[in-house]
Design a protein around this ligand. Sequence first.
Ligand SMILES: *Cc1c(COP(=O)(O)O)cnc(C)c1O
Length: 478
Amino acid sequence: MASGAISLPQRRLPSVDQLLRLDEAVVAVRLFGHAQVVAALRESLQSLRDAMAGVDGHGIEGSVPAIDDILSEAIARLEARAAPRVRQVFNLTGTVLHTNLGRAILAEEAIEAAARAMRNPTALEFDLGKGRRGERDELVRGLLSELTGAEDATVVNNNAAAVLLTLNTLADGRNAVISRGELIEIGGAFRMPDIIAAAGSRIVEVGTTNRTHLRDYARAIGPDTGLLLKVHTSNYRIQGFTKEVPAPELALLAKEHSTLLVNDLGSGTLVDLSRFGLSKEPTVADAVREGADIVTFSGDKLLGGPQAGFIIGRRELIARVNRNPMKRAMRVDKIRLAALEATLRLYLHPERLTERLPTLRHLVRSPAEIEALAQNIMPAVAAAVGSGFSVEVAACASQIGSGALPLETVPSFGLAIRSADPKASGQAIASLTAAFRDLPVPVIGRIADQALIFDLRCLEDLAAFTSNLSHLELSGVQ
Ligand SMILES: *Cc1c(COP(=O)(O)O)cnc(C)c1O
């Protein structure tokens, strides 16, 4: 076969150099750079060679693609690879703070502040009054104290870091006393017993799953006690025959025994949500007033800011937290501090909060307004999905998400899309859901009762939503 090898089709594949001389390749090199284009072309040629080798060199005379087609295929792959992985989506799941969809979206004020900090040198650790080195926490310390009543505050990467750092600082090698009913798992890798262990503390569980009494804590306190830890049961409720010890009683007990009370609030809101018609969730100021020595909470849950974790409380304890070398590994950068400061400032003017803070704006949106929106876009969605599906406006229930008011739902409206063919419904809905995920701006809903539900609580940009719909491709769905 040695002489026959010359006539094998793979010998007639163009060389990388030949491909690079084509006009389209010159443009691609300008866009993606020489190295990426060459690598993509080599990949294309190799896969063609592999495919041909599998056919034994016989009867595939016509199967060498045209040189232009080889190039176009390589460029299409480069373009697909260059598309951003951090993709914007429409969150129509009905969960306002969806952890998998990035939790809070930020206020315009926060976005502008973050963009300014990104574009420019910023006085991050520089005291402009005194003209010397300053501290980055200074930028938000005053605001946090004002909004929560705490003596002092510091900011770290997220609330998991806030809990970890607090425990490591105040109870390294010592006991953290916690109720069995509060040993939460938030999802992913955040399980309270693991965090306590990772902080170097020993967990001392008290009480039972459903009932923990003050005397249970009292009995557990001893010379090795570093602190009492109270944890907001963010994503579940224990109901029925239950008992938990209110924070003020725990604070008193801690004081009597010269130990500390740390209250991990999780979502932690800065305003009383009942003023906006939502259920009351304990505020951070409540937790401080109830006597906790330290309170920890998240920046991107109900607070509506960027990812961050706050540690607030007594001045000398915050000073100890700040002296912990771990703090450096968890600090936040200028971009987030800028966004945080701007977000916190909005809380100084609570009357306009529901306008400016998207999280709250979405949460308080009236069912009537959402229903009108649903009626408005229903024809466009019906036209896009075609005759294989029915689309109707339906009442539904939104959730806050991210461990705030876990049993609470907020009445909402949306579109319910069902297959016209009840026998093939599961497959049709699965394909339709995939087609919506495949849009230029993926649309994420939820499936319930064989229907794809789009809860419209968080939809604001109607024009963007409808123009996006025109790209819906339902090949093979119906
Ligand atoms: C969400 C939550 C955490 C973790 O906060 P992140 O900001 O997601 O790190 C910790 N504790 C409680 C009670 C929570 O609800």
